[in-house]
Design a protein around this ligand. Structure first.
Ligand code: ZN
Length: 384
């Protein structure tokens, strides 16, 4: 009995320590590695004329209000507006194991309870990935409702049109799309796809850092293909008009998805192995197959995606354009995804400047910095 009490006390102590560590970890991981600096007048003028969109950030996960300019992290509404963004995709992470790594994650010891408690999520979401997914989608909707029209959740083609209309009329407004990073939250229940869709999710990553009941992860133990349940889920997402995200998927799962769906897919945050080798990045040949079907390759900003800093991001984007064509490359920063990035969202003009230095034309920069993603969502999002 005494031993049991001691074990319980030790677990409680560890949980308290983990909860107290969440904000320091946020500050430590989600930071800019370079000093922010102004860009040349030429680069700034081009930047100011761009429609800018990013396909992946994890700002919702942390104990911060996305409407306020935060000391910690790399992205919030004020910094998106300062950076000149028009649209951002907010990802929901609903399970993260302590051993998470890009090679072979041991799927034990979920650290999300500490994040959930530190961030004051309702108790039902402390230990349940499905409830966490609902809480995170609600967090973006609640923020949008309190934003005085500066943040608008985008769920349909009509929402996209309204967003673009308001922005053209001069209203500073950011569109927010919600993405689910890993569908382990289904827990065998395909009806939950519909519930998540109703909650606002429009982009669905099949597996995150571990294999799940749908299929394999690039960081999984077996790295297998789609299961029969995974095939049913893909078909259901397709019929609802959702977008499938192949970031983090195993090679076998990518092959299986491409063999059963003809709708365009996205890889919301990735690198290419030809500029940066690694199990998490895509071979050119796979990127080409995704692009040939109308898909988007969104290049990440962190070190393991591009093997370097701002110049390496620009180089990876340039190479991706050469491999898949100008219409199929987008930004997939992974701001606030527990990764160090050269600049924060407010200083994205540093990337515009680096793309000019890389020799890209103004039209190429326009396409990559946001217009490809805008067209993709205009075509892919369902009618209301
Ligand atoms: Zn990710």
């Amino acid at each position: 009995m005494r031993r049991l009490l001691l074990i319980l006390a030790a677990i409680a102590l560890l949980l308290v320590a983990a909860v107290l560590a969440v904000n320091p970890v946020d500050a430590l991981l989600n930071r800019a590695s370079q000093k922010a600096h102004p860009v040349s007048p030429e680069a700034q003028a081009l930047h100011d004329s761009l429609w800018i969109a990013d396909f992946h950030n994890d700002a919702l996960l942390w104990d911060r209000n996305v409407l306020e300019a935060n000391q910690r992290g790399l992205l919030d509404l004020p910094r998106l507006l300062r950076g000149g963004f028009e649209l951002a995709v907010f990802s929901a992470t609903t399970r993260m194991h302590i051993d998470s790594n890009y090679y072979r994650t041991l799927p034990v010891l979920d650290i999300l309870p500490a994040v959930a408690i530190a961030s004051h999520w309702p108790r039902r979401a402390w230990f349940d990935p499905y409830q966490r997914a609902l809480v995170l989608a609600t967090k973006l909707h609640t923020a949008a409702n309190a934003s005085h029209g500066r943040l608008r959740v985008v769920e349909s083609g009509q929402d996209m049109q309204m967003l673009i209309r308001a922005q053209s009329a001069g209203d500073p407004m950011i569109g927010g799309v919600v993405l689910l990073e890993g569908m382990h939250a289904l827990d065998g229940d395909i009806a939950r796809v519909d519930s998540l869709f109703a909650a606002g999710y429009r982009v669905f990553g099949l597996a995150h850092m571990f294999d799940n009941e749908l299929g394999g992860s690039a960081a999984g133990w077996r790295k297998g293909g789609l299961t029969p349940f995974g095939r049913r889920v893909v078909a259901r997402i397709d019929s609802l008009g959702g977008v499938i995200d192949l970031a983090h998927a195993s090679r076998a799962t990518i092959d299986d998805v491409l063999s059963i769906t003809s709708r365009p897919v996205v890889v919301s945050h990735t690198g290419l192995t030809s500029t940066c080798p690694g199990p998490r990045n895509l071979p050119d040949e796979t990127a080409k197959r995704i692009a040939e079907r109308g898909g988007l390759i969104a290049i990440g900003f962190w070190k393991q995606a591009v093997c370097g800093d701002t110049r390496a991001i620009a180089r990876a984007i340039h190479h991706a354009i050469e491999v898949v064509g100008i219409d199929h490359v987008a930004l997939g920063s992974d701001f606030d995804g527990g990764v160090v990035i050269p600049f924060d969202a407010a200083h994205i003009s540093i990337l515009t400047s680096a793309l000019l230095d890389e020799g890209l034309t103004h039209d190429e920069i326009r396409a990559v910095m946001g217009e490809n993603e805008r067209r993709f969502f205009m075509e892919m999002l369902p009618a209301k």
